[in-house]
Design a protein around this ligand. Structure first.
Ligand code: HEM
Length: 417
C-alpha cells in the first residue's frame, strides 16, 4: 500500500485553506457518515485527517472520483512534489513501488510483475484456496466447540489467515512468519501512529526481514513469485534491489490487508441483511455477483491511495491548486445514489459492476482476480457450512481500525452454530 504521508516520510506540501474540514477520531469508526455529509454538500473538499493522516482534498462523488483515478495530471510519485526531498532509506525501500510511481517507471514495473502474476497462476490456485478454506474452517469450528460460549473471532481465525497464507505461498514467504509481518504492517499502514519512532521501528524490522528473505531466495530459488521476480532482475531486466523490496512489501501487504476485510466486513454486511444472506445461501450461483456487491457495499479501503496535483486542476466545480494531495474516496463513490440506486441497501442480486473498490485506470488492482477468488470461496464456504452463523456482540460494539486508508474491523466475534 502507499504510505507517502507516513510519519517520518511526509514531504511537506503547500496548504492554504483555512476552510478545510477537520475530521476527528470518530472518523475511523464511521467514515461513511463523514463521506456522505461531504458528498452532499461539498463533493470536492480539503480535509484534515486525524492523527498523522495528513491533509488532502477528498473527492467523494462517483464521476469525479473515477475521473481522478485515471487523470494523468494527478501524480503518484511524491519525489516530483519536491525534487530536493531525500526519502528516508527505509521509507524508499518500502514505498517506492509501482503503486507510488508514474509512467514510465510504473509501466516497466507493472509489466515485470504481471509476467509473474499471471491469470493462469491465479486460476490454478482455486483448489488450494478451497483446501485451505476447509482446513481453516475445521480449526475455527473445533476451537469454537472447545469454548464455553462457543464464540470465536472470525477475523483472526479465518478472514486474515486465508489471504495471508495464500499470498505467502504465492510469493514463497514462510507462512510461519505471518504474525510478525501482520504486526509490522498494522503499524506501517496505520495513520494513527502517535510515536514516529514506532513507525520506523516496524518498517526497519520489516525491511530487515525482506532483505534476509531475498538473500535466502537467491541461494535457494523456488517455484514462486519472489524467485521469478529475482530472476527477472538478475537476468538483466530492470528491477533494482530497492524496487525488489518495495515490490515485495506491496504484494505482501496488499495481498492480505485488503482481502481480510472483504471476507470479514462482507460477512458482517450479510449478517446485517439476513434476508440477503438467506437468498445467497439458497442460490449459490449468485456468489460471483454477490462478491462484487460486497466489494461495493463494504469497500475494504475507504479511499484510493494518495495522488497529488501537478497543476491547478478543475474537479467537479472546484479547482484544486497545484501541489495538493488528493484522495479519490472510492467507498463514498460506491454509495453515490447518482450511480447506484438505493446505495445503502445490500442487494446480492444487483449489478454492482463499475464499483471502484479495485480502483480505476493504470493502477487498477493487480490482485483483483485473486481477491475475487478468495472472496467467493471464503464466503461461499462459510455460508454453506454454518447455517446458524451469527454475530456474538451487538453491531455497536464492533470497533474499526484507526486507519484512514484501510476500512477494517479490529475483530469479528461470531458463533458458528
Ligand atoms: C479485496 C481485496 C483488494 C482490494 C479492495 C484492493 C484494492 C486496490 C486498489 C483500490 C488499488 C488501486 C489504488 C490506487 O489507485 O490508489 C489496488 C492496487 C493494487 N493492488 Fe489491490 N486490492 C485487493 C487485493 C489485492 C491482492 C490480493 C493483491 C495481490 C498481491 C493486490 C495487489 C495490488 C497491487 C500490486 C496494486 C498496485 C497496482 C498498480 O499500481 O499498478 N491487491 N488494489
Amino acid at each position: 500500500m502507499s504510505d507517502a504521508l507516513a510519519p517520518g516520510g511526509e514531504p511537506p506540501g503547500p496548504w492554504h485553506d483555512p476552510a478545510a474540514e477537520r475530521f476527528g477520531d470518530d472518523y475511523f469508526q464511521d467514515p461513511l457518515a463523514h463521506f456522505s455529509a461531504l458528498r452532499e454538500t461539498r463533493p470536492v473538499a480539503p480535509v484534515l485527517l486525524p492523527g498523522a493522516g495528513g491533509r488532502a482534498w477528498m473527492v467523494t462523488s462517483y464521476d469525479e472520483a473515477r475521473a481522478a483515478l485515471a487523470d494523468p495530471r494527478l501524480s503518484k510519485d511524491s519525489r516530483k512534489l519536491r525534487p530536493d526531498w531525500e526519502p528516508h532509506p527505509v521509507f524508499g525501500a518500502l514505498n517506492l513501488h509501482l503503486l507510488n510511481l508514474d509512467p514510465p517507471d510504473h509501466t516497466r514495473l507493472r509489466r515485470l510483475v504481471s509476467k509473474a502474476f499471471t491469470p493462469r497462476r491465479v486460476a490454478g490456485l482455486r483448489p488450494r484456496v478451497e483446501q485451505l478454506t476447509a482446513a481453516l474452517l475445521d480449526t475455527a469450528d473445533s476451537r469454537a466447540q472447545s469454548r464455553d460460549d462457543g464464540v470465536i473471532d472470525l477475523l483472526d481465525e479465518f478472514a486474515f489467515r486465508l489471504p495471508v497464507t495464500v499470498i505467502c505461498e504465492l510469493l514463497g514467504v514462510p507462512a510461519r512468519d505471518q504474525d510478525d509481518f501482520r504486526d509490522w504492517s498494522a503499524v506501517v499502514v496505520a495513520d494513527r501512529v502517535d510515536d514516529p519512532g514506532e513507525w520506523r521501528l516496524a518498517a526497519t524490522a520489516m525491511l530487515g526481514y525482506f532483505s534476509r528473505l531475498l538473500a535466502a531466495k537467491r541461494v535457494e530459488p523456488g517455484d514462486d513469485l519472489l524467485s521469478a521476480l529475482i530472476a527477472a532482475r538478475d537476468s538483466g531486466d530492470a528491477l533494482s534491489e530497492m524496487e525488489l523490496t518495495a515490490m515485495l512489501f506491496l504484494l505482501l501487504v496488499a495481498g492480505f490487508e485488503t482481502t481480510v476485510n472483504l471476507i470479514a466486513s462482507g460477512t458482517l454486511a450479510l449478517l446485517s441483511f439476513p434476508g440477503e444472506m438467506a437468498r445467497l445461501r439458497a442460490d449459490p450461483s449468485l456468489l460471483p455477483g454477490a462478491v462484487e456487491e460486497l466489494l461495493r457495499f463494504a469497500n475494504p479501503l475507504n479511499h484510493a491511495t494518495e495522488r497529488f496535483t501537478m497543476e491547478d486542476l478543475p474537479v467537479g466545480g472546484a479547482v484544486i491548486p497545484a501541489g495538493e494531495w488528493v484522495l479519490a474516496v472510492t467507498s463514498s463513490a460506491n454509495r453515490d445514489p447518482g450511480r447506484f440506486p438505493d446505495p445503502d441497501r445490500l442487494d446480492v442480486g444487483r449489478d454492482a459492476s463499475g464499483h471502484l473498490a479495485f480502483g480505476h485506470g493504470i493502477h487498477y488492482c493487480l490482485g483483483a482476480p485473486l481477491a475475487r477468488l478468495e472472496g467467493e470461496v471464503a464466503i461461499g464456504s462459510l455460508l454453506a457450512r454454518f447455517p446458524s452463523l451469527s454475530l456474538a456482540v451487538p453491531v455497536s460494539q464492533l470497533r474499526w481500525r484507526p486507519s484512514s486508508l484501510i476500512h477494517g474491523l479490529e475483530s469479528l466475534p461470531v458463533r458458528l452454530s
